[in-house]
Design a binder for this molecule. Structure first.
Ligand code: CDP
Ligand code: MG
Length: 738
């Protein structure tokens, strides 16, 4: 049978041959409960699915057939669930019966591994249990780390609500550039990166009685490093309790790492989830999502839908398509609430996903990976999983970092499916074939530490006085070459001396919760007397992709508005220009609206800017500005980003100087049509091509000035800085970017 699927799979390589409706048919997969823990099967579901209509036109017509609408019987309504007051909800969580045992285990062991299904109450309940059990006496805090900002914010809000306190008082959160805690805070949620930084000011975690490393299975870079750090602290602070909490899997591995710490398992309570696959791979999975959502909405009993997409842009596209079709279907379908969630989404909008669905309506949540384990949204019955996520990757051979969309692992796919079975029996629709699941997905996601640039992590460890990184206690060590490369890069930036020790510059760089290159750029602004401008540019870069608003139906207007901001020199100066004009408008919302600028991003840039100014004061750099000058600004940027230089080569392509990799200027860049001889870029992203984004024109001789130890004159022999004639580059359409 696997052979049959494979043949079919090969056949449809030629997408044109596949009639559209073929892609809407689902295959049901026999799930073995022993392997996937999804429990027993529901037989009747299959029949229901045979009703699913073959193509969209028939599908839409069928919606008006009498009888088809009435069969909906809510399996469980949000209203029912929300009627329970907070206490009842707390008591209903799988962790609740184990409260006493858990506290006892924590008292008896310094380190405890806690394993339980997502949604069992680990993140929201354990800190409260510990508080009730007296662990917050003597002004001690309970800390809980989260790999994601959104999770830290939303979970702390939930806990504050449960405890009936105001967020930021007894319960608070700290994420990069935002501290929502006070003197009174004793339950503190924070990102793993934040705790990593806290080690700099409080290496023994003295103010904490318990530290929970939550979502440990996510294996983010910071979480992985925290394992080594907290393990070390626990040795000389016997009074500190350490909890390592994870969804499933990996518990044994964590236990072994923490000297065979006991594992506390919270028995799962999952309802069966039926898995469906497409018969053929999807050419356009966003579109396939939209159709599947409508299909579910039209044919399936009430219950909310969770869709996993890879990022903000994709979510917005999906949202627009869906809204459009829902509008056209009008009153023929029930109310469908469409709610996005991704990390840049403002928190008031994020909070909406937790609001109860009105009776007789259905909620569809379009989420990034965040909803895989970090956030639990109640009442999800249906999951749609296209099978992709965005991943940061680093090639230690070329030194290239890139953000790419990759297939998820089997472990991820199963976590996603599991989200459908939390409150009732659910269904998961995978937008890929059963064959692809079996043969193309990796078993597990590679931990971040083994696939990303370690520059920042190494700088932080060095700042903590950990000099021998080769022998640092890693759960899984990073590849040797990545570590060496990070050390080399820090050396080139001047953060380390040739013994590998932190320099004075390196110590100052470590003050900034930023990539070392950006830290270096900020510090270099002192010498080039443009700290004010560089702080603004750094703040704008930290929200860069979300500054310009480009709605699908107004692309021409939006692009014209964007082009009006272009200034000679490149995108960094353009960002500076946007910020300056916004400041001149008195930070006006109206101004943003008229110029197709995202107001929220600008507000965030302003907050980040304030924080950066504070950090600049800490390293004793005064804010100075020279509004009429741009060479020094670009030199300061180059002092940080001299690793990211590309030189024009044939056909509008660029080659990176150190690794000779072919890249192109992103069509959104103001240098897209200019094609200067030498450019510096902020980032390299792989979408349809390898694109460099946030690009600035430089002169090659600056490289010798800012990084004489790194560049040799002969590498830069061509320093004429001539420009290619305009329009030598390819048009947007040719590049497949729209
Ligand atoms: O950490 P774990 O996955 O074990 O569960 P949790 O995040 O503590 O979630 C426990 C319960 O709190 C779930 O029923 C969530 O739906 C609920 N919750 C919520 O209603 N709002 C939030 N912002 C976070 C959690
Ligand atoms: Mg959790």
């Amino acid at each position: 049978d696997s052979k049959e699927s494979k043949d079919q799979y090969n056949e449809i390589d030629d997408k044109e041959k596949v009639p559209y409706y073929e892609q809407r048919k689902w295959e049901e997969e026999q799930m073995s409960s022993a392997v996937f823990h999804f429990g027993a099967k529901h037989r009747d579901v299959k029949e229901e699915y045979d009703l699913v209509l073959d193509n969209q036109i028939e599908f839409i017509q069928a919606l008006s057939l009498p009888g088809n609408k009435e069969k909906d019987q809510p399996e469980i309504t949000e209203a029912q669930r929300r009627k329970m007051n907070i206490e009842e909800t707390q008591k209903s969580l799988p962790i609740y019966p184990f409260k006493e045992d858990l506290i006892k285990a924590i008292r008896n062991h310094q380190v405890l591994i806690i394993e339980g299904e997502t949604g069992s109450g680990k993140t929201t309940q354990i800190p409260q249990y510990l508080h009730q059990a007296g662990f917050t006496k003597d002004k001690k805090k309970i800390g809980c780390t989260q790999p994601r900002r959104v999770a830290a914010m939303s979970v702390s809000a939930r806990v504050a609500e449960e405890m009936g306190v105001k967020l930021g008082n007894e319960v608070g959160y700290t994420i990069r550039f935002e501290d929502c805690t006070s003197e009174r805070t004793f339950l503190k949620y924070m990102t793993d990166g934040t705790l990593h930084r806290e080690f700099l000011s409080e290496p023994d975690l003295q103010s904490y009685s318990v530290m929970i490393i939550d979502e440990a299975h996510e294996r983010t870079l910071h979480t992985d490093i925290l394992f080594g750090l907290v393990k070390d602290v626990a040795r000389f602070r016997p009074d500190l309790k350490l909890l390592i909490s994870s969804a499933t899997l990996d518990a044994q591995k964590f236990s072994e790492f923490f000297d065979d710490a006991p594992i506390f398992r919270i028995p799962g309570r999952r309802f069966p989830v039926d898995i469906y696959y497409t018969k053929a791979p999807e050419a356009d999975y966003v579109d396939a999502c939209v159709v599947s959502i409508l299909q579910i909405h039209a044919t399936q009993p009430l219950g909310d839908i969770l869709v996993f997409l890879t990022g903000q842009e994709e979510i917005e596209t999906c949202q627009e398509l869906l809204q459009d079709r829902v509008r056209r279907l009008g009153s023929r379908i029930k109310e469908l609430l469409i709610l996005p969630v991704y990390s840049n989404l403002p928190s008031d909008m994020q909070a909406k996903i937790f609001l109860p669905t009105p009776p007789n309506a259905r909620k569809v949540v379009l989420a990034t990976n965040i909803a895989e384990t970090s956030l639990t949204i109640d009442n999800i019955i249906y999951v749609i999983d296209p099978g992709f996520c965005k991943q940061n990757n680093f090639n230690s051979r070329t030194g290239m970092e890139s953000l790419v969309v990759v297939p998820v692992s089997k472990a991820s796919a199963n976590q996603r499916a599991g989200r459908a079975g939390r409150v009732a029996a659910g269904k998961c629709f995978r937008l890929y074939t059963a064959w692809a699941y079996k043969h193309e997905l990796e078993d597990n996601t590679v931990p971040e530490i083994q696939r990303i640039n370690l520059g920042n992590a190494v700088l932080m460890l060095k700042a903590l006085g950990i000099n021998d990184l080769i022998h640092f206690d890693f759960l899984d060590p990073p590849p040797h070459e990545t570590l060496v490369l990070a050390l080399e890069q820090l050396y080139a930036l001047g953060a380390l001396n040739h013994h590998g020790e932190l320099t004075k510059l390196g110590r100052r760089m470590a003050e900034f919760p930023l990539n070392p290159m950006m830290g270096k750029m900020l510090l270099a602004s002192e010498k080039y007397k443009c700290s004010e401008e560089i702080v603004t540019i750094a703040a704008m870069l930290s929200v860069n992709s979300a500054i310009f608003y480009r709605p699908k139906d107004k692309i021409i207007h939006a692009d014209t508005a964007r082009k009006n901001f272009f200034v000679p020199g490149g995108d960094h100066l353009t960002l500076l220009n946007v910020y300056r004009q916004w400041t001149d408008s008195d930070h006006s919302t109206q101004w943003c609206y008229e110029n197709y600028i995202q107001y929220r991003s600008m507000k965030r840039a302003r907050d980040v800017r304030e924080q950066l100014i504070g950090l600049m004061q800490r390293v004793e750099i005064d804010l100075v500005s020279n509004p009429l000058e741009t060479i020094n600004i670009r030199k300061a940027i180059t002092a940080g980003y001299f690793y990211h230089i590309a030189r024009l080569s044939k056909g509008g392509h660029y080659k990176t100087v150190k690794h000779n990799q072919t890249v192109m200027i992103h069509p959104n860049s103001c240098l897209f049509e200019e094609l200067p001889r030498w450019v510096l870029y902020h980032e390299l992203v792989f979408t349809t091509k390898e694109f460099i984004r946030q690009v600035t024109e430089i002169e090659s001789k600056w490289l010798l000035e800012v990084a004489p130890h790194y560049y040799k004159p002969k590498e830069l022999d061509d320093s004429t800085n001539k420009k290619m004639p305009k329009n030598m580059g390819k048009s947007r359409a040719e590049l497949g970017e729209h």
